[in-house]
Design a protein around this ligand. Structure first.
Ligand code: AMP
Ligand code: MG
Length: 479
């Protein structure tokens, strides 16, 4: 084996109640289609010969030091409690501590059946694998906490989905851990207090060593999640499936299923084909994050001798979340319009703009970027982005008056407004090309999205919103 991954596993050393040891299921013809060498270096991995890389990242060979397992968890899916989920198509190979001193999980996704697969095949097809690769790496480049993509491999096998037979693939995902709200819920609902306590200690040590006890953990997760959800809002991201099993303890974006970045702004936008009631619509995300935190609180208090004694503090922590999210939201959206230190009075300037954008069917990313360019009069033409430019002009007068009190609005806006986001129609086109054997669009998207705040001369097309016939109305789990 020429590939070397410096594993240092701690989760596998926990008692077996937390997982099932399980090796990935070998595939027919492994082929490596992507390897993120920059991330490999962050993890301290020494890459090897092509054949070894393909074998490892498709699940056909276990690198030295791996201790593969499927993690156990439960979760509320669309508000309904499912008492047992777990990794049904993923395998944790192990953990590494990179040269930066940070511990991270390395997980294969789409690596075959596990004891938690229920009716599923444990596999993934190439489309969602490449989608997660591109979108998670784009999220990272935008500066938003997220799992990352280390590799993608095809399996040479056919995966059967509603659409028919599709090429199978495996994604190698990296996370600061895969602990979720659902990881705690399962032991709380089963009344397994010792396991709950042990997992709480583990999570504290791994993610929040400065915090203390179950309420310290709850508070830390709250702070991380309120930052995360406001960051999503600021780039027009819709997670799509904010179930408690997809809500990470570390505060990273996890599980890129039917997610999307908005083109035209509308607060009620929903993409996910399975979200029939709009539970996870764009503007509902801050409230859902509170709902998920309340589920974590409910689980964590079960470890106390007298859970009732913790209720008051837990309630206070959960109730504190909306104000934190709003403060983070104000800071981020303030920056988007050039305000370095926005005050509460600036809120209406932002919400008025958002109303104009919704009524005027503005492209979320492009109007903010045009506004940034508009600081040099006549350059960006944000007014052209809305259907009713006169209403916009009145807003812009007030905005310019407010900007007069700012020292460096140009720099503030440049750092807060990306030029490029992974647009759905471009992702769909990239997937279609890859399925036909052409990975050039995949590589090009990765290159441009790795540097999203700069204009790339040759990538003007990637700024374009979809034409009427290119609009993607729904995204699918498709896993
Ligand atoms: P998700 O909606 O992707 O968060 O997945 C929810 C649950 O369904 C998790 O327990 C997954 O492991 C499981 N699951 C999703 N797709 C599959 C599949 N193809 N085979 C087995 N389990 C799956
Ligand atoms: Mg999930």
């Amino acid at each position: 084996m020429t590939l070397h991954i410096p594993f240092d596993n701690t989760y596998a050393a926990l008692p077996p109640v937390f997982y099932s040891k399980q090796a990935p299921v070998p595939v027919k013809t492994p082929a490596l289609v992507a390897y993120n060498s920059a991330l490999g270096e962050v993890l301290g991995i020494t890459s090897g010969e092509a054949e070894d890389m393909a074998a490892v990242f498709a699940g056909n060979a276990l690198p030295m030091g791996a201790d593969p397992l499927a993690q156990l968890y439960a979760g509320h899916q669309f508000g309904n409690y499912n008492p047992q989920l777990g990794d049904g198509r993923a395998i944790l190979l192990g953990e590494v501590v990179g040269p930066d001193g940070l511990r991270r999980d390395i997980q294969l996704k789409g690596s075959g059946r596990t004891p938690y697969s229920r009716g599923g095949d444990g596999r993934a097809w190439l489309g969602p694998v490449l989608r997660e690769y591109v979108v998670s790496e784009a999220m990272h480049a935008l500066g938003i906490p997220t799992t990352r993509a280390l590799a993608a491999a095809t399996t040479g096998e056919t995966v059967w989905r509603e659409e028919g037979g599709l090429p199978g693939a495996v994604l190698t995902r990296v996370a600061s851990s895969h602990l979720r709200v659902g990881s705690f819920q399962i032991f709380a609902s089963r009344g397994e207090q010792a396991a709950l306590r042990q997992l709480t200690d583990y999570a504290l040590q791994r993610h929040y060593p400065e915090a203390d006890g179950p309420m310290g953990l709850l508070r830390s997760v709250r702070d991380a999640q309120s930052e995360l959800v406001s960051a999503w809002m600021s780039v027009g991201f819709i997670h799509g499936v904010m179930n408690t099993d997809n809500s990470s303890i570390s505060g990273e974006t996890i599980d890129y299923g039917p997610c999307a970045f908005m083109d035209v702004y509308h607060p009620q936008t929903v993409f996910s084909s399975i979200d029939r009631t709009g539970r996870y619509a764009y503007s509902n995300q801050p409230d859902i994050a509170v709902w998920n935190l309340a589920q974590l609180a409910t689980a964590l208090i079960q470890q106390a001798e007298d859970p009732q004694a913790m209720v008051e503090e837990a309630t206070e922590i959960v109730h504190g979340m909306p104000a934190l999210t709003e403060a983070a939201w104000l800071r981020r959206f303030g920056a988007k319009i050039g305000l370095a230190d926005p005050a509460r009075e600036d809120m209406t300037l932002i919400t008025d703009l958002l109303s104009l954008m919704a009524e005027g069917r503005a492209d979320f990313t492009n109007i903010f970027k045009a506004l940034a360019d508009d600081i040099q009069p006549g350059h960006g033409r944000a007014r052209d982005q809305v259907l009713a430019p006169e209403a916009f002009d009145a807003w812009a007068d007030g905005w310019r008056a407010r900007l007069a009190r700012e020292a460096e609005p140009e720099a503030v806006m440049a750092a807060a407004n990306p030029v490029y986001i992974p647009r759905n129609h471009q992702i769909e086109a990239m997937i279609a090309s890859a399925v036909a054997g052409d990975y050039a669009p995949f590589e090009r998207l990765n290159t441009v999205l790795a540097d999203p705040y700069q204009v790339h001369e040759s990538a003007e097309d990637l700024r374009r919103p979809p034409a009427a016939d290119e609009v993607v109305k729904a995204t699918f789990c498709g896993t």
